[in-house]
Design a protein around this ligand. Structure first.
Ligand SMILES: [Zn+2]
Ligand SMILES: [Zn+2]
Length: 272
C-alpha cells in the first residue's frame, strides 16, 4: 500500500530540511550552554509526545491523561512534526494489524532504509484515508479533532519557529527546534520501526507474536523505552513495558509518575 506510491514531496522536503539542521548546527550556528539545555528539554518534549502520547496513550489507549497534560503533549507532537495524531495512530495500528506482512507500512523485510525512513517519504494522505477508520474514536474527541490534517501542525510549528527566531535567531531555530525534531524522529520512532524488527538484533521473548518484533534492551535509553518492542507487540495496550529493573522504559516510568501525581489514570500494566 504505502511503499507502492510515489514520493510525497512534502515529506521529502521536510526530512531533507531536517537533515540539514545538525550540519548547520555543527558548522555555522554554534550553541550556547542555554541553547544546549533548551535543545535537551525540547528533545524530551518531542520524544515523549511521540512515545508516551501518540504511541501509548492515543494509539494503544494505555492510559488516560488529564486534559492539560494531554494538550501539552499534543502541542509537542504538532510542533515536533509528529503531525496529525489520528493519521499517526491509524498508520501505527495498521502496522500492528499487519506486522511484517506485505501490508506492513514499514517492515524491514522491504529493506533497512525503507523501515528507517524510506516509507515515510512515500506516505501520502490518500493512502492513509482507507485505514483511518481504525482510529475513528480518536477523530471524535474534541481535544484531538481540531489537530487533524497538515494545517494545524504546519501553522503551530511555523508560529513556534517564528517566535524562536525572534528570540534567538538561526542558532535558536537550529538547536532548540530542528535538531530536537530530527533526533526525536529517529529516537522515539524510526530506530524502533527498523532495528526492533530485524531478527539479528536483541531477543524475542514472545515468539507467539508471529512477527519479527524484538526487544533490544541496549537501545532503551535512546528510544524512550520503545525498544522493548516484542513485549509491546505481545501486550500492545500496556503502558509500561519494563519487566525487571534492568529494563529502562522511560515513557512507562513517566506514566507511572503521572499516575501517582493524579495526572493519569487507568494505566494498563503487564500481567503478573
Ligand atoms: Zn512493530
Ligand atoms: Zn504500538
Amino acid at each position: 500500500m504505502f511503499f507502492k506510491t510515489s514520493l510525497n514531496p512534502i515529506h521529502v522536503l521536510t526530512l531533507a530540511g531536517l537533515f540539514a539542521a545538525p550540519v548547520l548546527g555543527l558548522t555555522l550556528f554554534h550553541p550556547t550552554p542555554l541553547l544546549l539545555l533548551l535543545a535537551y528539554l525540547h528533545l524530551l518534549w518531542f520524544g515523549f509526545a511521540s512515545s508516551l502520547y501518540y504511541h501509548r496513550v492515543l494509539s494503544h489507549r494505555a492510559a488516560k491523561l488529564v486534559p492539560a497534560l494531554e494538550l501539552f503533549f499534543l502541542l509537542g507532537g504538532l510542533i515536533g512534526l509528529s503531525g496529525d495524531p489520528v493519521q499517526w495512530s491509524s498508520v501505527h495500528r495498521f502496522h500492528h494489524q499487519n506486522s511484517d506482512s506485505d501490508e506492513d507500512p514499514h517492515s524491514p523485510k522491504r529493506g533497512f532504509w525503507h523501515s528507517l525512513f524510506g516509507w515515510y517519504l512515500r506516505v501520502h494522505p490518500t493512502k492513509i484515508e482507507p485505514i483511518l477508520g481504525n482510529s475513528s474514536e480518536l477523530a471524535e474527541r474534541k481535544i484531538i479533532s481540531w489537530a487533524r490534517g497538515y494545517g494545524p501542525s504546519t501553522i503551530i510549528h511555523i508560529a513556534y519557529a517564528v517566535l524562536l527566531y525572534i528570540w534567538g535567531g538561526f542558532p535558536a531555530l537550529v538547536w532548540v527546534l530542528y535538531i530536537p525534531v530530527i533526533m526525536s524522529f529517529f529516537m522515539a520512532w524510526a530506530l524502533v520501526a527498523s532495528f526492533c524488527h530485524i531478527p539479528f538484533f536483541g531477543k524475542q521473548p514472545y515468539p507467539e507474536t508471529r512477527d519479527r518484533s524484538r526487544n533490544v534492551a541496549l537501545m532503551a535509553p535512546f528510544t524512550f523505552g520503545e525498544s522493548f518492542h516484542n513485549t509491546h507487540h505481545r501486550y500492545s495496550s500496556v503502558g509500561l513495558y519494563s519487566e525487571k529493573w534492568t529494563e529502562w522504559d522511560m515513557s512507562g516510568y513517566l506514566l507511572v509518575l503521572f499516575e501517582k501525581l493524579g495526572w493519569a489514570k487507568d494505566l494498563r500494566r503487564l500481567p503478573k
